[in-house]
Design a protein around this ligand. Structure first.
Ligand SMILES: [Zn+2]
Length: 257
């Protein structure tokens, strides 16, 4: 029976796939290796950028590109201190000229920020650093792999369903693409907030900007929630939790400024 084999394989993968994250210490379901996650992300990144290029949506604003790169370069140095393997990542950041309020960092350090979020929220350098710090934290904490693993588990369910129903399997899409559209868990969001604000403080960016950033984000969700919030669900106490972190982050910031 094919379906029994799939169930057995999925169960084995699930049992084998629980790993302690080296940064957070939290046990995660991991069905995808770091290498696989990075390879499929690199592919998805190249595709995203070439599509943006074709539509003329890769920002050619030299000043904005330089500004974003200056900020992310400082965060990348601190990412290497927080999680040593990230020192060998092939980091890259793109500025995409679209009105959406969005930013992301894939496994392996492939990042993008959209002009919509910079312009509409009138972001300061400290606020951009908080957004990108949060995104980089997701990557360092293995949240992309976690999302891909969930996408795989979902696909596994679909494969199983298709086999049972005798359907074609070619409908299944690439895991990296599905993973990008899945929301992070609230636990993941709290972790990314906590490590992101520290990453930014170590890089010399004002921790108080994290609170301002999320206040702006929540004000902007008045006219329909920004795309960013569909993949970054807000833990209810996000702003309070960030506020509570500020006093311990201020000395780190003052020292690294
Ligand atoms: Zn997030």
């Amino acid at each position: 029976m094919k379906s029994t084999l799939v169930v057995t394989a999925l169960l084995a993968a699930t049992l084998a796939g629980c790993q302690e994250n080296p940064v957070s210490g939290r046990k995660q379901l991991v069905l995808v290796s770091e290498e696989q996650a990075q390879a499929s992300s690199a592919q998805a990144y190249t595709q995203t950028l070439s599509e943006a290029q074709k539509k003329g949506k890769l920002s050619t604003d030299a000043a904005l590109n330089a500004r974003v790169k200056r900020i992310t370069d400082r965060l990348i140095v601190q990412a290497g201190a927080m999680y040593a393997p990230s020192r060998s990542w092939k980091w890259s950041v793109a500025v995409i000229n679209e009105p959406t309020l969005n930013a992301w960092c894939m496994p392996g350090g492939k990042m993008a920020i959209y002009t919509g979020i910079v312009d509409k929220l009138k972001l300061s350098d400290d606020e951009i650093a908080q957004i990108m710090g949060h995104e980089i934290a997701h990557a360092l904490l293995g949240h992309g792999r976690e999302r891909m693993s969930r996408a795989m588990a979902m696909q596994g369910g679909m494969v199983l369903g298709s086999i049972v129903a005798g359907q074609d399997l070619s409908v299944l899409g690439p895991v990296a693409d599905i993973a990008l559209t899945l929301p992070n868990s609230r636990t993941g969001e709290s972790e990314a907030d906590r490590y992101g604000i520290e990453l930014a403080a170590r890089a010399g960016f004002d921790p108080r900007a994290a609170v301002r950033l999320w206040e702006k984000m929540s004000a902007a969700s008045g006219n329909g929630p920004p795309q960013f919030l569909s993949t970054h669900p807000s833990p209810d106490n996000r702003i309070q939790a960030l506020n509570a972190l500020v006093p311990q982050m201020m000395p780190i910031y003052e020292k690294s400024r």
